[in-house]
Design a protein around this ligand. Structure first.
Ligand code: PMP
Length: 403
């Protein structure tokens, strides 16, 4: 089945620097299946028009197609269509949220984050804390970067946070967090719960009603869709009560020089011309993803992850970070004191695309007492052959570094 699916991703068939491509950077952005590329192409060839305005046929068709993707997304996340806002991506969604929730923060309030967060889930909250005097408390994490679940629950009890914002899965180490249990633990305190689903959206296909979070953010480009589009789910009453973030056309009811009134969510958060083509391309990605069996894909990804770990563990001097137990298929490693960038650069000369650096998680790297790692991130379109090629290239890389 996987060999058939791989054919849907044209870039995987290409040569990069005259080498077959082994793409291990899906946590940064996934490759795109032909159906997404076709949808984008078709939009500009045959369907291009602005949405929500104009009586002409193309505009009406573009509006119908664009709004249909909101239904697909709502279905994918098991929420209502008016609970999802289109944004530029996870970063944009988190900024919208932190800006909107600044209103409810005061100097006696606590925002709970974890040391594993992506900068996008730190800096907006830090700004909100600076403006309001609220404090940031961090969930306890082991030396290896693994969340201590029972100590986390204790911290929630002790701090009774106003807001908790936590990644569903770490982009640097791949750990999947039991966010459901932490959300439950924070319910007695009326805490607003935010889940950064940038890394879980595709791999775990979370059911947000079951997760019972208040807000959830994600980016389409990490789930086979185009860049520049993503979303924010919000429990409707909370979402609708957030103040407007950016203003302009489309999000208003009436405008006059005596004042402006705004529409309800989601429109009140969607000013201006949206990324119409991006949303339509993402619609094709959602159709593609939902046509595949979630559990089969996840089991396959898990087996690849295990194979990768087994092969890496056989190499002396490799240090793998995190516990790699419950993981979306991300392996972060270092080799002795060699610089992660050198390893990644040498691997690139064999057609191996990995990411090196701090992965926008500088506080985590500081916690682990390293400057960065080499990150191998898997998706269902990788195969065992990719991993074999990677291991062979890594062995040669190590040989060169040892010379
Ligand atoms: N959170 C996590 C966990 C991420 O992995 C990323 C992207 N690396 C983001 C947030 C930000 O996503 P984007 O750059 O698409 O806005």
């Amino acid at each position: 089945m996987i060999e058939q699916l791989r054919k849907d991703f044209p870039l995987l068939q290409n040569l990069v620097d005259e080498q077959p491509l082994c793409y291990f950077d899906s946590a940064a952005t996934t490759q795109k299946p032909q159906v997404v590329i076709d949808a984008v192409n078709q939009f500009y060839h045959q369907e291009n028009a602005n949405v929500h305005r104009g009586a002409h046929t193309l505009s009406a068709q573009a509006t119908t197609k664009y709004e249909a993707v909101r239904d697909k997304l709502a279905q994918y996340l098991n929420v209502q269509r008016n609970e999802v806002v289109w944004t530029k991506g996870a970063t944009d969604s988190l900024n919208l949220l932190a800006y909107g929730l600044t209103n409810i923060l005061g100097q006696d309030d606590v925002i709970v984050l974890s040391p594993l967060e992506h900068h996008a889930n730190i800096v907006p909250w830090q700004q909100a804390a600076e403006k309001t005097g609220a404090k940031i408390a961090l969930l306890p994490v082991s030396k290896e970067g693994v969340l201590d679940q029972s100590a986390a629950i204790e911290l929630i009890r002790d701090t009774k946070p106003k807001i908790i914002s936590l990644c569903h899965a770490s982009n640097a180490l791949g750990n999947i967090h039991d966010v459901k249990q932490l959300i439950e633990a924070s319910k007695p305190y009326g805490t607003i719960t935010v889940v950064d689903g940038a890394q879980s959206f595709m791999h775990l296909r979370p059911d947000l009603k079951a997760l019972d979070c208040d807000f959830f953010v994600f980016s389409a480009h990490k789930a086979l869709g185009p860049t520049g589009v993503g979303g924010l789910y919000g429990r409707y009453d909370l979402l609708n009560n957030l103040p407007v973030y950016q203003t302009g056309g489309e999000m208003i009811d009436t405008v006059s020089f005596t004042g402006t009134t705004f529409r309800n969510a989601p429109e009140k958060f969607e000013p201006g011309t949206p990324n119409i083509c991006g949303v339509i391309g993402f619609g094709a990605a959602l159709d593609y993803l939902t046509s595949l069996n979630k559990n089969e894909l996840l089991a396959y990804e898990q087996s690849l992850h295990q194979y990768l770990l087994t092969r890496l563990r056989q190499i002396d001097g490799i240090k793998i970070w995190g516990d790699n137990k419950n993981n979306i298929g991300v392996v972060s490693f270092t080799y002795k004191n060699e610089h992660h960038f050198d390893i990644a650069t040498l691997l690139n000369s064999y057609g191996i695309a990995v990411r090196s650096g701090h992965h926008c998680t500088q506080p985590l790297m500081a916690h682990l007492n390293i400057t960065g790692t080499v990150r191998v991130s898997l998706a269902f379109y990788n195969n065992q052959q990719d991993i074999d090629s990677f291991i062979a290239a890594l062995m040669e890389t190590i040989e060169m570094l040892e010379e």
